[in-house]
Design a protein around this ligand. Structure first.
Ligand code: COA
Length: 246
């Protein structure tokens, strides 16, 4: 459900579960984490490109998994955590092509990308609070830095839907593309892959100097997130989704 291919120095990671709007399961997080981790030591990979399908980048964490964790109380070893840390520790540029829904972690993972291309149909939404959760993926630290407090509050706490134009205005997206967004992102990824790799890696490290603070914030968010997973109001929101009451 995560397909991987490498061409011209670009590793393409495609989220590939269209029948569930590309919702992410534990196995999919693990596959994404492995792909990023392997990229750190594979010289054939100069740049990563993450994408989904037209209509769905990803609808976020699989809610059935959330419900399972919430009801069992056993959420200590969620593979999502490995993926989020792999995003922070990823040493190669990461480009995203978003064509359709980017919900929950589908939006917050973008904050770790180096460049984001969105189609006019892209929709960004982080309904954590509405589900009884808190924002994750270090978004409570990067979001305000990237967009300022007000945009970050609207996106991450109010759970407002941002269309592509708003996301670009807020600073979440680099380019809104008319036409083939994946082709535009791939062109850019190839350009990046052709640059002197050591200089690019050094420049990128300088731009991302807050790695430790980010890892610490991801742990802090995860602590609260895990508590929230078992809260009755949270379980009720998952059950409502699963039984199509929302
Ligand atoms: N987890 C599990 N299943 C999901 C899912 C998710 N995050 N998102 C979508 N699906 C499933 C639906 O249950 C449905 O499955 P079914 O065909 O077996 O009934 C299928 O994907 C299609 O989704 P559907 O809701 O019918 O599509 P839609 O176009 O009407 O709505 C969304 C798309 C993404 C707006 C809606 O599915 C949604 O709100 N999903 C939950 C998003 C979410 O809250 N993610 C967690 C964030 S922290």
């Amino acid at each position: 459900m995560i397909s991987r291919s490498i061409a011209d120095g670009v590793q393409i990671l495609r989220i590939d579960r269209p029948e569930k709007k590309n919702a992410l399961t534990g196995a999919m997080y693990t596959a994404l984490a492995e792909a990023l981790e392997e990229g750190n030591t594979d010289d054939a990979i100069r740049c990563h490109l993450i994408c989904g399908h037209p209509g769905a980048f990803t609808a976020g964490n699989d809610i059935a998994d959330f419900l399972k964790y919430g009801l069992s109380g056993d959420s200590g070893d969620r593979p999502a955590g490995r993926f989020l840390k792999a995003l922070v520790l990823n040493g190669k540029p990461l480009i995203a092509a978003v064509d359709g829904l980017a919900v929950g972690v589908g939006t917050t993972l973008l904050m770790h990308c180096d460049m984001i291309f969105a189609s006019r149909e892209a929709v960004f939404k982080a309904p954590f609070v509405d589900l009884g959760l808190v924002p994750e993926a270090g978004s409570t630290l990067i979001g305000p830095k990237l967009m300022g407090n007000q945009w970050a509050f609207e996106l991450l706490c109010l759970g407002e839907t941002f269309d592509a134009e708003r996301a670009e205005k807020a600073g979440l997206v680099n380019h809104v593309v008319d036409g083939d967004v994946e082709a535009a992102a791939t062109d850019c990824a190839r350009k990046i892959a052709a640059k002197p790799p050591a200089a690019l890696a050094a420049a990128r490290r300088l731009l991302r100097s807050d790695r430790d603070a980010l890892l610490e914030r991801i742990d802090r968010e995860a602590e609260i997130f895990t508590e929230r997973l078992t809260a009755p109001e949270t379980i009720a929101s998952f059950e409502a989704f699963m039984t199509k009451k929302v």
